[in-house]
Design a protein around this ligand. Sequence first.
Ligand code: BG6
Length: 516
Amino acid sequence: MSAIIQASPLEKLSPEPLPTGDSCVLVIFGASGDLTRRKLIPGLYNLACVGCMNPQFEVLGIGRTPMSTEEFRRKTGEAAAKSKDTRDFSESGWTDFETRLNYMVGDINDPNFYPQLRSRLEEMEKNGSSPNHLFYVSTPASAAEPIIEGLGAAGLNHRDQGWTRIVLEKPFGRDLESSRALNDVVHGVFDEKAVYRIDHYLGKETVQNILVFRFSNSLFEPVWNRNYIDYVEITVAETVGVENRAAFYEETGALRDMVANHLLQLLALTAMEPPIAFDADSVREQKVQVFRSIRPMSVEDVARFTARGQYGSGMIDGKHIPGYRQEPGVNRNSVTETYAAVKFQIENWRWAGVPFYIRTGKRLARNLTEIRVHLKPTPQPLFASTSSVIDPNVITISIQPDEGISIAFDAKRPGTQVRTVTVQANFSYQESFGSKGPVAYETLLLDSMRGDATLFTRRDEVEAEWRIITPIEEAWAHLPAPNFPNYAAGSEGPTSWHDLLEIRGNTGEHAISYSK
Ligand code: BG6
């Protein structure tokens, strides 16, 4: 049983002054691709609608698909109208916005293309475009190197007047070695200060709120350590499957696709020490320290502390869902995992002995991203004789689909006897602030235009993530192949997850829990 206490802002919020991006030409490599249509253009359109876009902002989309600028505008407009990231689509809003969009056909693997790109940018500048260049690499990973090298060879990596930055989409390599090699290529051409590696989870409102919650509320910071926290669960559950990305996913799997970046970032924000300031280097420095405190696992550790799964057929929302191996483009005997769970230990002063259980999977029962921080029980069970269950406190940071924070605590049930019941204090972004905040890409695109890299990942951070993930991948490749499929689409995942939740602490077996 639970009760709800609604938290709401104490004062009426006054409108925030809106930051504006610098003037620039955003050159998108992969402009005819899915990410551009579903995320980048809708994010840019939103920024223009709320007045955050510099009047001298333009897009130059680069793609292999032959099309005119008019066609590019029409196609991206149709996609923006449908995208769930677009806030308020209107024909008139789009008509204003689309004049900023330009398209250029180009083969990014052809070194001759880059001098042509340079000429086009010079011509644009002569006609009044901004001298600042923001390159956005939104292509399959294998295309990143030729693009970076091509830009360098054409002298597009710096400007005498104006700035040059490059935004890179994940994956940043597929293991420690390849990520180092990619970073070497990047650094051969661009200074680290000009490099913006996107992990779109860092742009999500509630993800940013983790730091605010932790570091601006003295109620919580004192208990945020091994003395009071029993264990932490981080879950990213998705109902979607691999959609039209089978070829990519077969090579990648859940560990590389989600754990190596999004889940480790959530873990770092939950576990990091307070940064000395809220700026790019101070925040990233502390996140790296968390990753350095996680010891790479031995094969034995991997066998004990990780679990993987692959979905078979099942039902989601009343619809029959084929198993992963039946998806078009997937090998019939594929051993690619669509589910991964890991028990991490952060070996530092704050977290010694506190396990962090993280898990993610496709085709699970629900869409849910949340962090649950389980506190230890009180030292003395004072009401045990009159109450059947006394639940330790749980702080849940909900990231999606609901955005908010809830705190579960025990209260006295009304009545003549002293009996306890767990109640919840809930803070909901939607109910408290009335509207949804910016979508992740909107925030990140604006930050990259303004030169704020706080929500982007640094080279050493990415390599530290791979230092943790690569031994798990390698051990999985050597351990006996699991008996896939081992969970049904629409279920809570493989039962091996429960084996991972080892018995420890006062609470006995950790109950595996989602918020209700
Ligand atoms: C991407 C992964 O990085 O994140 C996808 O490649 C995944 O497989 C997606 O579905 C999840 O993002 P979000 O914002 O929908 O939680």
